[in-house]
Design a protein. Structure first.
Length: 377
């Protein structure tokens, strides 16, 4: 057993190694402490990239890259004792450098869309990088998913990885130096907990999320239309043809958007042009940490419970996946191969005063927690 001091010292040493972009001498893989392994994963932007493997007592294993804070892999048991990977991803950094559509990504400074890439704050107009037609999506051309984060390992007993990044004033058009910390923890209850913290020196919109694409069967060729889903949301935000909310908060009752009782995702999807890619207005309203969605796959026996303190959930059925990318197992990633449940504030909030505010001011701390929990039925 190592003492807490020794573990801390190891963490500090290894953080220093991580921050040293020219250090190419470190071993390609090393155990940092029980349940955490670090692997040298190559280079991006002239900086060293590491892949961390978090393993819990149940043998569940989550891999996270310092490039983009990406969850590259999430391996869990099924009801028959088999194991499979329940997220889309690649085994090498090069896969991510080819810019897949946000596989496993840590998304920011503003997850989802901002109309026409502009907003006005305190009387000043801001123009963002636009990267989705005329809109800004997921932080812009080089969002938080495409930068290298600094990493450190906490000195607690549960495997946990802390990533930090300074988003400079003006980056992608956003105001203020934003200091961001994201902590990933894998508990023995099979929860992947993601805790986001940020502070700024100028008022700025902030909306951080994770863009993991889940397929609980582990087999992307089966798709997710047979998975069943419950979302605890009585309303959603309808969108225009560029996926910007119209501003309306619409009841789901009697519509294909009603997931208040679990139903197969494929049941009504044909009545939703393009498939689901919508923000659900959670009944917990961002006022409390609550279970907001449950995804289930009866063949593997896996369920995924989503907990958050955020007011919204973007439910996206992988509509734009088109076979261009190949999963780590060599299978084509086709439309509806996997789905995202992105906990968030509502899209385009900086231009929608009636939506809950996403503005972080100097002196305030942005802090939110999301948990993805695997349960066997
Ligand atoms: C989000 C958006 C989708 C799509 C994907 C990435 O989930 O809501 O419209 O842009 O990201 O392909």
């Amino acid at each position: 057993m190592k003492s807490a001091g020794a573990i801390l010292a190891a963490a500090v040493l290894f953080t220093a190694a991580c921050n040293n972009a020219t250090d190419k001498t470190e071993a390609s893989s090393q155990t940092i402490k029980a349940g955490i392994m670090k692997t040298d994963w190559g280079e991006a932007d002239g900086q060293r990239v590491s892949l961390f493997t978090l393993t819990n007592a149940k043998g569940t294993e989550v891999k996270i890259s310092t490039y983009g804070g990406i969850v590259t892999s999430f391996v869990t048991a099924d009801k028959s004792g088999g194991k499979s990977n329940i997220v889309l991803g690649f085994d090498s950094l090069s896969g991510y450098l080819a810019k897949p559509p946000y596989f496993g990504a840590l998304v920011g400074r503003y997850g989802n869309r901002i109309a026409d890439g502009k907003f006005t704050l305190d009387g000043k107009d801001y123009h963002l990088a636009t990267n989705n037609g005329k809109n800004a999506l997921h932080g812009g051309l080089k969002g938080f998913d495409k930068v290298v984060w600094a990493a450190s390992v906490a000195s607690d007993t549960v495997p946990s990885l802390t990533l930090t990044y300074l988003s400079k004033d003006g980056e992608e058009g956003y105001p203020g130096n934003l200091n961001v910390t994201v902590q990933y923890t894998l508990t023995d209850d099979n929860e992947l907990k993601i805790e986001y913290t940020a502070t700024t020196d100028k008022a700025t919109p902030v909306n951080l999320t994770n863009h993991s694409y889940f397929n609980l069967s582990g087999d992307v060729s089966k798709g997710i239309l047979g998975h069943s889903l419950m979302i605890d949301a009585d309303a959603y935000t309808p969108v225009d043809t560029t996926l910007i909310p119209t501003g309306e908060i619409k009841a789901v009752k009697g519509s294909p958007f009603d997931f208040t009782t679990a139903k197969p995702i494929g049941r009504d999807i044909d009545s939703v042009p393009g498939g689901y890619d919508h923000n659900f207005v959670l009944n917990s309203k961002g006022n409390q940490f609550a279970k907001v969605a449950v995804l289930s796959d009866s063949t593997s026996g896996r369920s995924l419970e989503v907990y958050t303190d955020q007011p919204g959930l973007q439910f996206y059925t992988g509509n734009f996946l088109d076979g261009k990318f190949t999963n780590r197992d060599g299978k084509a990633i086709n439309q509806h191969a996997a789905l995202c449940m992105e906990t968030q504030h509502f899209p385009d909030s900086p231009n929608k005063p009636a939506f809950p505010s996403t503005i972080l001011k100097p002196g305030e701390t942005y802090h939110t927690v999301t948990v993805y929990k695997i349960v066997l039925q």
